[in-house]
Design a protein around this ligand. Structure first.
Ligand SMILES: [Zn+2]
Length: 147
């Protein structure tokens, strides 16, 4: 199968629909802040996730990290070419710091675009490395190891 390098408009539409559909399944009884995420890998496979809250707030897992976990669990090589994150309200939200770090793990120095959407027309088009400047990665880890 041919590897995809970047998303087409059809891919963005597919990811947007997937993220908006899974957002409806979010478990967010505490914040009522429902989030859906959809990632596409370089084989065109789509992986989805929604936020799952917990009464012990720190155990909440965001939509983005659930989508990445789904991709890894389903055997994707996790070479992502695009991500869409959807939230409620008119203005889009952006991934939290923890999710930026986890997305950065899979950018592997080659960024990929991230589109953030709310329910209105506004959108934020960015990319993983812009969301996480000077991020902590395997290279930083290797440099800081005791020898
Ligand atoms: Zn997050």
């Amino acid at each position: 199968m041919k590897r995809l390098l970047s998303p087409t408009e059809a891919h963005w539409k597919q990811l947007t629909k997937a993220a908006r559909d899974v957002r409806k399944k979010a478990y967010a009884p505490y914040s009522n802040y429902l989030v859906g995420a959809a990632l596409m890998d370089d084989l065109g496979e789509v992986f989805i996730g929604c936020n799952v809250e917990n009464a012990s707030y720190g155990l909440t897992v965001c939509a983005e990290r659930n989508a990445i976990g789904s991709a890894v669990a389903q055997g994707s090589k996790a070479r992502f070419i695009a991500a869409v994150v959807t939230t409620g309200g008119e203005e889009p939200g952006t991934p939290c710091g923890m999710c930026r770090q986890v997305l950065g793990e899979f950018a592997r120095g080659v960024t990929f675009p991230v589109r953030c959407l709310g329910e209105g027309k506004a959108r934020i088009d960015t990319d993983v490395l812009s969301l996480l400047p000077l991020g902590f990665d395997a290279g930083v880890l290797a440099k800081g190891r005791q020898s």
